[in-house]
Design a binder for this molecule. Structure first.
Ligand code: MN
Length: 470
């Protein structure tokens, strides 16, 4: 029997606000001591009251718009109760009944659309590190603003799930609302997977694999779940609704606990925060700040840049934005430099933050297209643009300094060719060529290149040589 998988994904995105969701301490705890970015509000000391961070609301509007979602005029916070040492309050402040972001959709590079059910704002939990007989609690992450994006069960393959997560990540980093640092848990994915016999109008029982932090692990966990559930059904048993954990090393999911239901959390309105009322004008004003999104760039450059190159660029907002600034006729040329030269460099991450200007790049592409620079020369000049000592210099200046400008002046080239052909050591090669030995042309071109100190344009040289020898 053939089974059709149905997948829904919840994604937690940490917002890159300056301060936390409900207090005024630093929200960026990277490279900071544990428990150094914590306020009395985060510790939940008696009498401390949360105050909503307006920047988080603005980021939520941008994130929602990036996903083509409706932004709700009215939203409100609720308490979700659970007891665990990562939450001193004993509850999480979230939006259960009235989320800020309503329905929308994300379009995958393949064109397939995944609908968004809603997305809500909430505070993150602290971090526990477990040892043999004790655990350490770090509250730096408590109430870092999160948006939790809930998809509809519109995904039917592990590959589409991978693409959906990746597209969400791109939308968030292009919108500028998250650092999108997956390694540090800036985005975490919970994956609900079920399978049902082909043609069935009922969904199977689903399992949830929580806290996946890479696109690859999302894909692998789903592949594993589809195979595992198929085996369970084929052996005549039933799939249990449960939460399962993913082990990246073994490539397996294992049962963790049976799934909680909403009633277990005793949701109730958060009495310490007023509702959020947004006017249409204030939503519009924020939404207008949304920069171009990956799908806008696909539309704009789809005919100019090969799709595999474009998809690589779209992993780097800095590169994509720069491409958008250069003269259109050089877009293709510079995209190739970015993807095949810059990204291959060991220091590429550093380079991304300090790209040459659009003008420098356009000039470079122009020299390349006019054959004033060979492809090797173009690459050399391009990389030199990242040298602190060459900072801001134009392509021509750098090319001159490196001595890589190609000689294209046919008159000048002819003179050099004549000089070489007059040399006794080239006589035999000339004779061989005339006798039909094609391959000695390479030797002669090499001699001319040497004579020109590498500056001659080799294809022009070859052409002149052939004319002279004919
Ligand atoms: Mn959540």
């Amino acid at each position: 029997m053939k089974y059709i998988p149905t997948i829904g994904i919840e994604c937690h995105v940490q917002l890159a606000t300056k301060t936390k969701l409900f207090s005024e301490v630093d929200n960026d705890a990277r490279n900071k001591e544990p428990n150094s970015c914590v306020s009395p509000v985060d510790y939940a000391l008696p009498g401390m009251l949360p105050r909503l961070n307006g920047e988080a609301i603005k980021f939520a509007i941008l994130a929602g718009k990036a996903m083509n979602c409706k932004i709700n005029n009215y939203s409100r916070f609720d308490r979700k109760h659970y007891f665990y040492p990562d939450s001193p309050k004993g509850y999480q402040i979230t939006q259960f009944y009235h989320p800020i972001i309503g329905e929308g959709y994300v379009e995958l590079p393949s064109g397939r659309r995944i609908r968004i059910e809603h997305a809500h704002l909430e505070g993150d939990a602290g971090k526990l590190t477990h040892f043999d007989n004790y655990s350490l609690v770090d509250l730096n992450r408590v109430d870092t603003p999160l948006i939790e994006i809930v998809s509809m069960p519109d995904i039917h393959s592990a590959k589409d799930a991978h693409d959906y997560c990746k597209e969400l990540w791109r939308l968030m980093i292009f919108a500028g609302v998250s650092y999108g640092d997956l390694y540090n848990g800036n985005m975490r994915f919970d994956v609900n997977t079920s399978i049902a016999p082909e043609g069935s109008d009922q969904l199977g029982t689903r399992t949830e694999v929580k806290n996946l932090n890479s696109f690859r692990s999302v894909e692998r966990a789903i592949e594993y779940e589809i195979a595992r559930q198929t085996k369970v059904l084929e052996s005549g048993e039933k799939v249990k609704q449960e939460t399962r954990g993913w082990n990246d090393a073994t490539g397996k999911t294992t049962a963790q606990r049976s799934k909680e239901e909403a009633k277990d959390y005793r949701y109730m309105p958060e009495p310490d925060l007023p509702p959020v009322n947004l006017t249409d004008e204030s939503i519009k004003k924020e939404a207008e700040k949304l920069p171009l999104m990956p799908h806008d760039y696909r539309e704009k450059f789809g005919d100019i840049i090969a799709s595999d190159i474009l998809e690589i660029l779209l992993d780097y907002p800095e590169l994509t934005k720069k491409i958008n600034e250069v003269e259109q006729k050089y877009v293709k040329n510079i995209s190739n430099l970015f993807t095949s030269v810059l990204l291959a460099e060991e220091k590429s991450a550093e380079y991304l933050n300090d790209l040459p200007s659009a003008k420098q790049l356009s000039d470079l592409a122009e020299m390349n297209e006019k054959k004033e620079l060979s492809s090797t020369g173009t690459k050399e000049v391009f990389l030199k643009m990242f040298d602190p000592q060459m900072k801001g210099r134009d392509a021509k200046t750098i090319a001159k300094e490196l001595g890589v400008i190609q000689e294209n002046d046919l008159g000048a080239l002819e003179q050099i060719v004549d000089t070489v052909l007059a040399k006794p050591e080239t006589k035999k090669a000339q004779e061989d060529f005339r006798n039909g030995e094609e391959k000695v042309i390479g030797f002669l071109v090499g001699q001319v290149m040497k004579e020109s100190h590498g500056k001659a344009n080799p294809s022009a040289v070859q052409q002149i040589l052939r004319q002279k020898l004919a």
